[in-house]
Design a protein. Structure first.
Length: 271
């Protein structure tokens, strides 16, 4: 590991945050680290320039939480692009000529346009109406495409059945509902709450457990690890020179842990 973690004493997550913050850049004031189709600049999987509506709930990240399971980011992203191209063909056919000027800086302006929250309910309808074999073809590059297609479709159906629309889901969904969905475990639940719904939820993963294990900590379940990493983090808001929510701080902190682990070739560790 890099010398920045040599001979350090950790009492909570904030101690680790203070060390990593100055060493790993995860984007501008609008960045949540994990890119979206509306990101203004992305490099090596890092959102360097965040979306202008970065605080708005995102169905895109809900879908991405399924696509990203058990695969590389690049594969999940390729599947996401293919899926949103499919969405765009249907939405563009039904809508008037879209105004994409505000998305001209995005890599795929037309996909950024339909990834707005205003189209979330239409995309949910498309997911519900699309045959599973066709859906699986679009997300083939994500791996386990048949399984993921089933789970994404079921998620869309249950969301509409229980909440009626994406806005209500975003405002009212609780952790227990997410955990009850097929294919959504604890990490995916935290990812949806934080990155998709902009909630104050710290995402921890196998990289987090591996890093803290090398620093002399042993955690045997997700909640215990999450509680330690989130502890003391309210103070982290003061370390930024721009307005930032605790939810965004959590997102960026998770990103720093992942980037540090990748840079130091730390192998993920399974609970």
């Amino acid at each position: 590991m890099q010398d920045i973690l040599k001979d350090i004493t950790l009492t909570n997550g904030y101690d680790l945050f203070k060390i990593l913050k100055t060493h790993f850049y995860v984007g501008d004031e609008n960045s949540w680290w994990w890119p979206s189709l509306r990101s203004l600049e992305v490099k090596n999987g890092i959102e360097l320039k965040g979306a202008r509506d970065c605080k708005t709930p995102s169905l895109e990240h809900c879908i991405a939480s399924f696509l990203g399971q058990n695969t590389k980011y690049e594969n999940a992203y390729s599947a996401q692009l293919a899926l949103y191209e499919y969405f765009y063909k249907i939405i563009a056919r039904d809508a008037s000529t879209p105004d994409m000027a505000q998305f001209s800086q995005c890599q795929y302006p037309h996909l950024a346009y339909i990834s707005q929250e205003v189209f979330a309910d239409r995309i949910l309808e498309i997911l519900i109406d699309t045959p599973l074999d066709m859906l699986a073809q679009y997300i083939h590059k994500a791996g386990f495409h048949n399984q993921k297609a089933q789970r994404i479709s079921l998620f869309a159906r249950n969301l509409i059945a229980d909440f009626g629309d994406f806005a209500t889901f975003s405002a009212q969904v609780e952790k227990e509902w997410l955990l009850a969905q097929k294919g959504i475990g604890q990490e995916s639940t935290s990812s949806i709450l934080n990155y998709a719904l902009k909630r104050e939820e710290m995402v921890v993963d196998s990289y987090t457990q591996r890093l803290l294990g090398l620093l002399g900590f042993e955690f045997y379940d997700y909640e215990e690890l999450q509680s330690f990493v989130a502890s003391g983090m309210e103070r982290a808001i003061e370390s930024y020179d721009f307005d930032i929510s605790l939810a965004q701080v959590f997102a960026r902190f998770h990103g720093k842990i992942v980037e540090f682990s990748k840079a130091n070739k730390l192998k993920p560790r399974v609970f």
